[in-house]
Design a binder for this molecule. Structure first.
Ligand SMILES: Cc1cc2nc3c(=O)[nH]c(=O)nc-3n(C[C@H](O)[C@H](O)[C@H](O)COP(=O)(O)OP(=O)(O)OC[C@H]3O[C@@H](n4cnc5c(N)ncnc54)[C@H](O)[C@@H]3O)c2cc1C
Length: 641
């Protein structure tokens, strides 16, 4: 049964009418009254920039916070391959329903139908919005917007700007944000980190921040607060995320009462450059778009040491094409990642450490010519060559799965509100739309859907009844208490005086999570992680060394706070993975697989969202359920064969 706090507020009506019904019934704020409401937006990536710019354009008084020096540095800038939309420009049979269906199926039937349908509906608006802003999407010869395929779909619905789609989209959203900053409707706080969320009388009253240059701790009050703070993929230490991505904002809200949903749903992306040595601190993505033309293979026989060019066709295993003929190299990420792991585990890995598989463009170059391949993927090929010293036009790229995206996040209802009234979450920071596995090119779509087309409506529904009522100011005792707690916490890190850096602990913690809560999980491994993590956390608390002081730029001190939050999250991730006794999407429990090694869901017991409540000790967090109801799409075994 669904827990009473997890009411999803899904509107009445047929699936295709729900969003229209919501908008027809929601409360409105008069344009002249909007400026009386202050809205805090934490994060300036695609979700944050679009939400802040749109709400400011509507007339709200908006403040934006980012720990970067410029909003343009948000991790969204790194997105490469593209953004989905059900435009059907290709005439290949796409529709809102198909995008909805593909996304629910791609997430292995573990997402809320109503949210996903709305996402598919507003995907149409996103492309128009971004084109109107001048985003230079790729175009066909005739001038129409070009599209390509991404995993988990048999259509070409992915719009792109070479391998720099996130960059171009963020520049578009940032332009609009900058316009509002210029108009004075948005106040930007940069190089400032959220360190706490403040509740007064059960609603979110604002946030507490720490200035990363001066160390100043300061409170900010608002009528409503929106977390657009990205995902937690860096919990694994090695990931494709920007180095600064972290869970702190979401976790600090979680500690104050926002439930954290499905933390064990983490996406391991199949096409990343394999790790080169043990000291590496970052992994690089090679976009999924490359699988439109690249063919994935390993030698047929284990231990084959020959260079790729010397291995004849008959001695190659194009395993994705063999196992999943309908989707081939564009099988979804969870499935492709596991297949790559199995190939490497069977001794057929390639490269100096035998820890990769081939992504080969030989056939595409022969068919299309090197110029066309360069036009489509040139910047990715260049990036690959710079990192590996190998020329992917002449020999296959080597790729291997790596942590990339997190489907879990703050639990939100249909309005994107967390379990704390007045606190919202959007973009990768919430859990909302991707179930147990996100399809490629759907994160940018979701971030922009949330920011441009959902929040600006739903937030008004919350604010309208607050008109004329005063809100607590920053002199309220709850703000003062949170400021003091923040001071104590950061001073506490400085005072430990131990011997090991935050980075050391992050690496060790990430390894435990990767080994036991990564691509494959078992009850035994998860229990091991749950005994090792608290022990390592104790060492962190007594042996951490943070140099410098708290009153000037101190990245080691910043990192200490972020690593501490990763420790707590890591424990809840493993507990979530342990409790979910089934395999679904990216959550693969080795005990639950069919004869062909595919994920075996248990719909009877686990067709629900798991949302965790903080109790003061992450090992004692309480698991709540939101039952998922499938009224439009029938639960079925997910197959890409
Ligand atoms: C290499 C790579 C390529 C990708 N390519 C694609 C793609 O082609 N298509 C696709 O759909 N998706 C892609 N993704 C996923 C996609 O980029 C992200 O999911 C998406 O950009 C997240 O956007 P966001 O706005 O939610 O968060 P982000 O862009 O991560 O922004 C987070 C913001 O929050 C701020 N912030 C965080 N914590 C705090 C704090 N405590 N205090 C103050 N500010 C804070 C940061 O400063 C930042 O401004 C890719 C991901 C990676 C890693």
């Amino acid at each position: 049964m669904t827990d009473s706090l997890l009411q999803s507020k899904v509107p009445q009506g047929a699936i295709g009418d729900k969003w229209d019904n919501y908008k027809a019934d929601m409360k409105l704020v008069n344009p002249n009254n909007k400026r009386k409401f202050k809205v805090i937006v934490v994060g300036s990536g695609l979700a944050g920039a679009s939400a802040a710019a749109t709400m400011a354009e509507l007339g709200y008084d908006v403040e934006v916070f980012t720990f970067h020096d410029s909003p343009r540095r948000a991790h969204s800038i790194a997105a490469q391959g593209g953004i989905n939309a059900a435009k059907n420009y290709r005439g290949d049979g796409d529709s809102v329903h198909r995008l909805f269906y593909d996304t629910v199926k791609g997430g292995d039937f573990r997402s809320r139908e109503s949210n996903v349908h709305r996402l598919a509906q507003v995907s149409l608006n996103i492309i128009d919005q971004m084109v109107a802003q001048g985003v230079p999407f790729a175009r066909e010869y005739g001038g129409m917007l070009d599209t390509r395929s991404f995993g988990g779909s048999q259509l070409q619905r992915t719009f792109y700007a070479r391998g720099q789609t996130g960059q171009q989209l963020l520049l578009g959203a940032y332009q609009q944000l900058a316009r509002q900053i210029g108009l004075g409707t948005v106040k930007l706080w940069n190089r400032v980190e959220l360190v706490d969320t403040v509740l007064v009388d059960g609603r979110c009253a604002g946030i507490v921040t720490r200035d990363l240059v001066t160390g100043e701790v300061r409170s900010h009050a608002a009528h409503a607060t929106v977390m657009c703070t990205g995902g937690y993929g860096n919990a694994f230490f090695l990931s494709t995320n920007a180095m600064n991505c972290n869970v702190t904002a979401a976790w600090r809200a979680h500690r104050k009462g926002a439930y954290f949903a499905n933390p064990c749903y983490t996406q391991i992306h199949p096409t990343c450059i394999p790790q080169a040595d043990d000291t590496q601190s970052k992994l690089t993505l090679m976009s999924e778009s490359l699988r439109n033309d690249g063919r994935v293979w390993v030698p047929l026989n284990a231990g084959d040491e020959r260079p790729a060019a010397q291995i004849p066709e008959a001695e190659r295993d194009y395993y994705l094409e063999r196992l999943y003929p309908s989707f081939g190299n564009l099988a979804p990420r969870d499935i492709s990642s596991r297949a790559a792991k199995r190939a490497v585990d069977s001794g057929r890995g390639v490269g100096p450490l035998k820890n990769g598989v081939n992504l080969d463009f030989k056939d595409a170059i022969a068919r299309l010519g090197a110029d066309i391949v360069k036009e489509r993927y040139g910047n990715l090929f260049e990036m690959y060559e710079r990192i590996t010293g190998e020329n992917p036009y002449a020999e296959p790229m080597r790729i291997y799965p790596a942590s990339h995206y997190t489907m879990g996040g703050l639990w939100v209802d249909y309005e994107l509100m967390t379990t704390i009234p007045g606190l919202y979450a959007a973009g990768e920071a919430n859990f909302s739309d991707h179930g147990a596995n996100r399809l490629g090119a759907s994160a940018l779509m979701q971030g922009l859907a949330d920011g441009y087309f959902v929040l600006p409506y739903t937030i008004g529904n919350y604010l309208a009844p607050m008109l004329g009522k005063s809100i607590p100011g920053v002199d309220h005792p709850e703000f003062k208490a949170a400021e003091q707690a923040a001071h104590r916490r950061f001073q506490g890190f400085l005072d430990i005086g131990g011997t090991r850096s935050p980075d050391h602990f992050h690496r060790e913690l990430g390894k435990i999570i990767w080994d036991y809560c990564g691509m494959e999980r078992t009850e035994e491994g998860l229990n091991k992680a749950l005994s090792e993590l608290p022990a390592l956390y104790e060492e962190f608390k007594t042996d951490l060394r943070v140099t410098g002081d708290g009153a000037s730029v101190n990245q080691t001190l910043e990192k200490a706070g972020r690593v501490e939050d990763f420790f707590e999250l890591g424990m809840v991730m493993c507990r979530d993975a342990l409790e979910r006794r089934e395999s679904c999407g990216a959550h693969f429990r080795a005990e639950y697989q069919d004869a062909e090694g595919e994920a075996q869901r248990n719909d009877e017991d686990f067709a629900h969202v798991a949302a965790w409540e903080y109790t003061g000790d992450p090992m004692q967090s309480v698991r709540h359920k939101e039952e998922l109801e499938f009224e439009t799409i029938h639960l079925a075994k997910r197959s890409y064969k």
